[in-house]
Each structure stands twice: as structure tokens, then as C-alpha cells.
Design a protein around this ligand. Structure first.
Ligand SMILES: [Zn+2]
Length: 132
């Protein structure tokens, strides 16, 4: 199997964020919802080798989503003089919704991180042995 490690890291992260396989850049990575497919339908690399790899995606969502909302809070209160109390009530709700909505894309970014660090392999290249 041809592994495509060419392209910048940012490009591969964006491929993952677009929910495409970071190896072939064409296969869909998700089933319905945020469930990762077992293998890429195009290049057959295995997406998840160890249980709990979705934790990295949650870490990405939790670390990337709050920053723009915090900046928005300061822009709205500082520049546009929006009263801060309604924002303090509304922003946590918006934050939870944004984290939930961004989780699918965070899964893709995390898969790209795995591709860039460990690599993604087909079962023929690297036999799958579940950790139990
Ligand atoms: Zn693929």
C-alpha cells in the first residue's frame, strides 16, 4: 500500500478536519454520527487500533473550541459594550454546543495526528491485535 506522507502537516490536519482519510485523502472516515469506520473504504488502512483513541479527539475539541469563544466574549464586552452577564450565561451553553458540533472534525484531526506520528497501516501491513 502506498502511504502518502507528502504534503505539509497543516495540509494533513485539514484533510482530517474535512473528514477524509489522511493517507489517501479521499475515503470517508466516519460512519453516522461520530463513529469512526474500521477501515478506509479506499486504501484500507485501519483507523483505530486501540480502544479509547477517541479521547485525543475530545482533547482537541476541548482545547480548540473555547479559545474563539473567550476572544468573542472580550470583543463583545470590550469593543461593543455588550453587557457581560447575559454573555456569561449564554457562552457556556454555546461552548457545549460548539464542542459537540466540532467533535466529528476533531476526530478527523486526531486521526491525522495519528497518521503523522505513528502512521496508519492496513491489516496486511501491520496485523491487528486488539488490546484486551
Ligand atoms: Zn484512505
Amino acid at each position: 500500500m502506498q502511504h502518502r506522507k507528502n504534503g505539509s502537516m497543516l495540509h494533513k490536519l485539514l484533510v482530517g478536519a474535512r473528514l477524509r482519510c489522511p493517507n489517501c485523502e479521499t475515503g470517508d472516515i466516519l460512519q453516522q454520527g461520530a463513529t469512526l469506520k474500521m477501515h478506509c473504504p479506499v486504501c484500507q488502512v485501519r483507523f483505530e487500533r486501540a480502544p479509547g483513541e477517541g479521547t485525543g479527539a475530545m482533547m482537541i475539541a476541548l482545547s480548540l473550541v473555547p479559545l474563539p469563544l473567550i476572544l468573542l466574549f472580550f470583543v463583545l464586552t470590550g469593543i461593543f459594550q455588550v453587557p457581560w452577564l447575559p454573555l456569561v450565561i449564554a457562552l457556556p451553553i454555546v461552548l457545549v454546543i460548539a464542542i459537540v458540533l466540532s467533535y466529528r472534525h476533531a476526530r478527523g484531526i486526531w486521526l491525522s495526528v495519528i497518521f503523522l506520528t505513528e502512521g496508519l497501516f492496513t491489516d496486511a501491513e501491520k496485523p491487528y491485535t486488539p488490546l484486551r
